[in-house]
Design a protein around this ligand. Structure first.
Ligand code: CP
Length: 304
């Protein structure tokens, strides 16, 4: 399918061939292309905090010769006065060629895409999806493991509210994985994702104790307990600090295990693991740049 003017809202909107095409385009973006998006404008509309996603989109656009406008604090926009997201998209499309939105409400990026005639990229909508994170996660896995196929993928932490693990589960399902979902029952992968895996005959194991399965894993994808998504702060208190990975993990893993994390981390990975050959989470964040460059260039029709 053509990528020009295409929205990036859910990873499920992309076939396996689409995903592989974007990863190939990202690889080509490792080379400098300083004028590729000259004259183009990206609008960044962030209604929730972000370090990596927002800054890497800005970096990607500017290093391809484009310009950026936008806000990272909702108090700066007329949504404060009651303007709808629908109308906001209608206005921002007049000032920009493409927009990136992060919003706490599930479905908000889809709504803006329906309103806007310009491409919209979802930078995270509530606990739903974070497709550009998933693309950089796939890019990282491909780089560090040499393949996306037939891997044992562990996901640990807050699998209920973590949008990155939802998108990544969907995307990796194309590549015959075995999933190990490691979480207390209250934070386990939601039923609809498990049902999809059953329908696709994809193997998965639910487990609470990481050490029981850690030696089977090729990738361990660690997530933060998503404090901001818990409806009840008492419930959050129960689970905060539930998993704290440290050097004791290294006694029971494959030699080539790679540890990933979408970041930010709180206390779920001890800094002592950062300097081990297993930690790839900072490299993973850096991979956001070629991936987001590729998404911008594809949507704006500057590469195919
Ligand atoms: N991984 C990620 O989305 O990070 P930010 O919240 O800093 O953008």
């Amino acid at each position: 399918m053509a990528f020009k003017n295409r929205d990036v809202i859910s990873i499920n909107d992309f076939s396996k061939e689409d995903l592989l095409h974007i990863l190939k385009a990202a690889k080509s973006m490792e080379k400098s292309r300083p004028n590729l998006l000259k004259g183009k404008i990206l609008a960044t509309l962030f209604f929730e905090p972000s370090t990596r996603t927002r800054l890497s989109f800005i970096y990607a656009m500017e290093s391809l010769g484009g310009k950026v406008l936008g806000f990272d604090d909702t108090k700066q926009s007329s949504l404060q006065k009651g303007e709808s997201l629908w109308d906001t998209a209608k206005i921002v499309e007049k000032y920009s060629d493409i927009m990136v939105i992060r919003h706490p409400v599930e479905g908000s990026a889809r709504l803006m895409a329906e309103s806007s005639s310009k491409p919209v990229i979802n930078a995270g909508d509530g606990a739903n999806q974070h497709p550009t994170q998933t693309l950089l996660d796939l890019y990282t896995i491909q780089k560090v493991k040499g393949t996306l196929n037939n891997l044992n993928i562990g996901m640990v932490g807050d699998l209920k509210y973590g949008r990155t693990v939802h998108s990544l589960t969907n995307a990796l399902s194309h590549f015959n994985p075995t999933f190990y979902f490691i979480a207390p029952e209250a934070l386990q992968m939601p039923q609809n994702y498990l049902e999809e895996l059953r329908q696709k005959n994809i193997k998965f194991v639910k487990e609470e104790n990481l050490m029981k399965v850690s030696n089977k894993l090729d990738i361990l994808y660690v997530t933060r307990i998503q404090k901001e998504r818990f409806p009840d702060p008492v419930e959050y208190e129960k689970y905060k600090g539930y998993y704290k990975l440290d050097e004791s993990l290294l006694k029971n893993i494959k030699n080539d295990l790679k540890i990933m994390h979408p970041l930010p981390r709180v206390d779920e990975i001890n800094k002592k693991l950062d300097s081990t050959k297993h930690a790839v989470y900072f490299e993973q964040a850096a991979n956001g740049i070629p991936v987001r460059k590729a998404l911008l260039a594809l949507a704006l029709g500057k590469i195919k």
